[in-house]
Write a protein that binds this ligand. Structure first.
Ligand code: MG
Ligand code: MG
Length: 265
């Protein structure tokens, strides 16, 4: 069941997303070779709590152990922060959620570290681009399948794999609500996109095979062929006449020292 949001709900979600965007930026400042991923997690948790939020992911389903999902290289999503030290040439996806005044926000960004390969950099650029192509389809009059179709057709031309097992989702008083928003699909198929919907679009794109495996910890998802994977996520709100991106990567891009992208958005 889709929980449609009022304008005032959406206003609160935007506030939640501001805390989230700034938490991401604090993490971005610390991303460099030698930092332990558990340090990034504690930075995020402290910032969120200092700003009257609660980390959405911590204890999710009674078992997720951290405030961030940190997914390095061939890890697609849901990696645990821990003792791993980032190193040159890594790519690292940071996914974070904030509960604020009763509403969740959710966004993700994948960072290249210095020395990253050209192939990995292109994977990031194209995954980033696919997110915005998906967002452009998220409007009244379209269907959910139009979003996934746009993402899938763009990235598959490069031989990349679109992860099937994990999808975008409605967000609101719960972190994961209907509708599901796959990153693959057929034009004109799936639920109608309606005013009042708020959902996350989050392409998870693999350099090689689309196939993924789950590690024994019950959470961590990695690529079957051990090639890298990228993940970017925004939340959008659907209005009768427009679509608004509620989350922001702006603070991240101001804060991260390695400027890897031409900023057209
Ligand atoms: Mg999400
Ligand atoms: Mg997320």
């Amino acid at each position: 069941m889709v929980h449609y949001k009022t304008e005032s709900d959406i206003q609160i979600i935007k506030e939640s997303a501001q805390v989230l965007g700034k938490a991401h930026a604090e993490v971005a400042k610390a991303i460099k070779p030698g930092v332990k991923t558990k340090k990034l997690d504690s930075i995020a948790e402290e910032f969120i709590r200092d700003n009257n939020g609660v980390p959405s992911f911590l204890n999710y389903n009674g078992s997720f152990p951290a405030s961030l999902c940190i997914s390095v290289n061939d890890t697609v999503v849901h990696g645990f922060p821990g003792e791993y030290e980032l190193k040159e040439k890594d790519i690292v996806s940071i996914d974070c959620g904030v509960l604020y005044k009763g509403f969740h926000s959710d966004s993700a960004y994948t960072y290249p570290l210095e020395g990253v390969s050209q192939d990995a950099l292109r994977l990031l650029e194209r995954t980033y681009e696919s997110l915005y192509l998906g967002i452009a389809q998220a409007k009244v009059g379209n269907r959910i399948g139009d979003i996934g179709h746009a993402v899938q057709t763009y990235v598959e031309q490069f031989g990349y794999g679109v992860v099937r097992e994990l999808v975008g989702h409605g967000v609101g008083r719960s972190l994961h609500e209907d509708p599901e928003v796959p990153n693959y699909g057929k034009r004109g198929k799936g639920p109608k996109i309606m005013a009042g919907m708020v959902f996350a679009i989050e392409p998870m794109i693999n350099m090689g095979t689309k196939k993924v495996v789950q590690e024994k910890d019950g959470w961590t998802i990695r690529t079957q062929d051990r090639k890298p994977s990228a993940h970017f996520e925004h939340m959008v709100a659907i209005f009768p006449d427009r679509t608004e991106i509620l989350t922001t990567h702006e603070y991240i891009e101001e804060s991260y020292s390695f400027k890897w992208r031409n900023k057209s958005r």
